[in-house]
Design a protein around this ligand. Structure first.
Ligand code: G4P
Length: 531
C-alpha cells in the first residue's frame, strides 16, 4: 500500500471517528424544534436562541410549499444540519414529526447512526412516538431518550421509565436524574459521577443555563427534600441495575436517558455530551450482498431522499446522499451503481431547508446535497472505488388509497409530470392497472396527509389540480404473477402495479384478506415492511 493511500485512510478514519450523525424523533410539540435550536446554541453555531426561528422565517419566505408546514405546524421536509461541538462534527437530520410521514422518517433513519427520542414529561409515550419508535426498532437503531419540559408540572419520572419499558420494550438507563419535581426542577444528578449539577434560568432561555457543581453534603442542606428524594431514587436505579450498557444500547435494547428542559436549557448540555460520548461514530455499513463495507474504502454513499423545487427560484432537484466511506471531494466523478454511468459532483452543497452552501469535502456520516441529480433515485448507490451496492430502502405498506384524476383535462401533461416527479420523491406510491391507465391511477400512502402534500405540490409546482376520490380498499399486499392471476377472478380484489413493476393486491378489509390467506396458504401475499 502506498504511503499516500495509507495517509488518506488514516484521515478518513480520524474524520469518521469525530462524527456523530443522528436524528430526533418525537410526537409533534414534544420540543424537537426547541431542542435542535438549543443544540445549536450550545455548539456556538448561534449566539442566541431564537435565531433558528428567524432562519426558518426566511426559509419559508423562499419556499412556498413549506407554507403548508407552517399552517399545519408540521414538518414535511427533512433537512440536514451540521455543527461542531467539542472537536466533533455533529450531523443532525430532521425527521417529519407526523406518523403519516413515517416512510420519510424511515429513509432518514437509514442515513443516521442513532436517534434521540424526545418525550414530553407531562405526556409520556404518545401515539406518534410509538409509530416513529417502531421505525427505529425495525432498523435496530440505538436510541437515546430525553424527558423534556421538566420545568412544567408533569408525571413522576419513575413512572415514565416504566411506561417506556412497558409500551415500547426499551429499557431506559438514566444517565441524569432530576432533582426537584417536574415544575420545580433544580438540576440533575449525573449518575456517571454521582455529582449534583444545579442550573440557573436565563432570560427566555436565550443563552446557556449557568451550571454549578454542588457536592452531596451541600446539596442536602440547600435542596433538602428534593435532594433526598432524588438520591433515594438514584439508589433504586442502582439496585435494579438500570445502568448504561454499551452493547444493549447499540443493539437498540436499552436507552440512555436524560432529563431536562429544552426551553430553559436545563440538561441540554448533558444530552449533547451524551450524543458525543455514547452515540456511535459511523462504522462499516452492510451492503446489499450483506458484506460489511469499511469506512476507509474510497468514497461511497447512498441517496436517502430526493426533493425537487425546494427553492422556487431555482426549480431544481436535489438528491441527499449519506457518505458511507471515504473522502468525498466536490467535483470528483463517481459511478452511479444502478446505471453504471459516471456521475459528476460539481454541484454539491450542504442543505439546511432550502438554504445551501457549497460543500467541498465530506466524510463518512456527512450528508451531501447533489443539485440537479435528475437520474438519482432513493436508495441508489454512488461509489468511486470498486463497485458497491447498499441495500434498497423498502417502501412501506400503504394503508390509505385514493383515486386521482386531473380536474382540468387540458392540464393532463402537467398532471402526469407532477405525478411522476412526486412518485420518484417517494411522496406516495402511484398504482396503475389496465382500467385506470394514467387518467385515474390509485394513490397509495401510509397516511392521508401525504395526499394533501401531493395535491398541494401538484397545484403549486406543476400547475395541475387533482380530484381525489375514495376507494373501497383498506389494505394491500405484495403479490406475484401466479397469485395475481388467481386473485383477478375474485370480486372485491384489485391487482395494481407500481412504477417499479411491483404488483399489489388491494383488499377491502383485512378479514377478507385473512380468509383468502387461510384458504390459500401457498399464495404470495407479502407484507412490505414489518415496521
Ligand atoms: P416540536 O418541534 O416537537 O413540534 O416542538 P417545539 O419545539 O415547536 O415545541 C412545542 C411547544 O413546546 C413550544 O411552545 C415550545 O416553546 C414548547 N417547549 C419546548 N420545550 C419546552 C420545555 O422544555 N418546557 C416548556 N415549558 N415548553 C417547551 P409553543 O407555545 O407552541 O410555541 P412558542 O410560542 O413557545 O414558540
Amino acid at each position: 500500500m502506498t504511503t499516500a493511500i495509507a495517509e488518506g485512510q488514516e484521515l478518513v478514519e480520524a474524520e469518521a471517528s469525530r462524527r456523530r450523525t443522528f436524528a430526533i424523533i418525537s410526537h409533534p410539540d414534544a420540543g424537537k424544534t426547541t431542542l435542535t435550536e438549543k443544540f445549536l446554541l450550545y455548539s456556538g453555531a448561534v449566539n442566541q436562541a431564537g435565531s433558528v426561528k428567524a432562519r426558518s422565517g426566511r426559509r419559508s419566505a423562499r419556499s412556498d410549499w413549506m407554507e403548508m408546514e407552517q399552517q399545519r405546524g408540521i414538518s414535511v421536509a427533512s433537512t440536514a444540519l451540521q455543527f461542531d461541538y467539542r472537536g466533533h462534527v455533529v450531523n443532525l437530520l430532521d425527521t417529519p414529526g407526523h406518523r403519516d410521514f413515517s416512510e420519510d422518517t424511515y429513509r432518514v433513519l437509514a442515513a443516521v447512526d442513532a436517534a434521540v427520542m424526545v418525550l414530553d414529561t407531562a405526556k409520556g409515550i404518545e401515539a406518534q412516538t410509538l409509530k416513529l419508535f417502531e421505525v427505529c426498532r425495525s432498523r435496530h437503531m440505538p436510541v437515546l431518550t430525553f424527558l423534556n419540559k421538566f420545568d412544567r408540572p408533569g408525571r413522576d419520572p419513575l413512572e415514565l421509565l416504566d411506561e417506556i419499558e412497558d409500551q415500547i420494550g426499551l429499557r431506559p438507563t438514566p444517565i441524569t436524574w432530576p432533582v426537584g419535581i417536574p415544575g420545580d426542577f433544580r438540576g440533575v444528578i449525573d449518575r456517571r459521577t454521582g455529582g449534583f449539577v444545579r442550573f440557573t434560568r436565563t432570560v427566555r432561555g436565550a443563552t446557556a443555563a449557568p451550571e454549578e457543581d454542588v457536592d452531596p453534603d451541600r446539596a442536602e442542606v440547600e435542596e433538602g427534600d428534593a435532594w433526598r428524594q432524588a438520591a433515594e431514587e438514584v439508589e433504586l436505579l442502582d439496585e435494579v441495575g438500570a445502568n448504561l450498557d454499551a452493547p444493549t444500547f447499540l443493539s437498540g435494547k436499552t436507552s440512555p436517558l436524560f432529563v431536562g428542559s429544552a426551553l430553559t436549557n436545563f440538561g441540554v448540555r448533558h444530552l449533547l455530551d451524551g450524543v458525543i460520548d455514547i452515540a456511535p461514530a459511523p462504522e462499516a455499513r452492510l451492503t446489499a450482498g450483506s458484506d460489511l463495507h469499511p469506512i476507509d474504502e474510497p468514497f461511497s454513499g447512498f441517496v436517502f431522499k430526493v426533493q425537487a423545487n425546494m427553492d422556487k427560484s431555482h426549480r431544481d432537484r436535489l438528491a441527499f446522499v449519506r457518505v458511507n466511506s471515504g473522502h468525498f471531494e466536490r467535483g470528483m466523478t463517481v459511478t452511479h451503481q444502478r446505471t453504471g454511468k459516471p456521475f459528476s459532483t460539481k454541484y454539491a452543497s450542504s442543505v439546511f431547508g432550502s438554504e445551501r452552501d457549497t460543500i467541498d469535502n465530506a466524510y463518512p456520516g456527512d450528508v451531501v446535497g447533489l443539485v440537479n441529480a435528475t437520474g438519482l433515485q432513493i436508495g441508489d448507490t454512488l461509489f468511486a472505488g470498486s463497485e458497491v451496492e447498499f441495500p434498497a430502502i423498502p417502501r412501506f405498506e400503504p394503508e390509505v388509497f385514493s383515486v386521482a384524476r386531473p380536474r382540468d383535462v387540458s392540464r393532463f401533461k402537467q398532471f402526469r409530470r407532477g405525478l411522476a416527479q412526486l412518485e420518484e420523491e417517494g411522496v406516495l406510491q402511484v398504482l396503475r392497472d389496465g382500467e385506470s391507465g394514467d387518467v385515474a391511477p390509485v394513490l397509495a400512502a401510509v397516511g392521508a396527509m401525504q395526499f394533501e402534500v401531493f395535491a398541494h405540490r401538484l397545484e403549486n409546482e406543476f400547475g395541475a389540480t387533482v380530484e381525489l376520490s375514495a376507494t373501497p380498499y383498506t389494505v394491500a399486499r405484495r403479490t406475484d404473477d401466479d397469485t395475481a392471476t388467481e386473485l383477478r377472478a375474485i370480486s372485491g380484489v384489485r391487482i395494481m402495479e407500481s412504477d417499479d413493476g411491483t404488483q399489489f393486491a388491494l383488499f377491502e378489509s383485512i378479514y377478507r384478506l385473512q380468509r383468502l390467506q387461510n384458504e390459500n396458504p401457498d399464495w404470495c401475499l407479502e407484507r412490505i415492511v414489518a415496521a
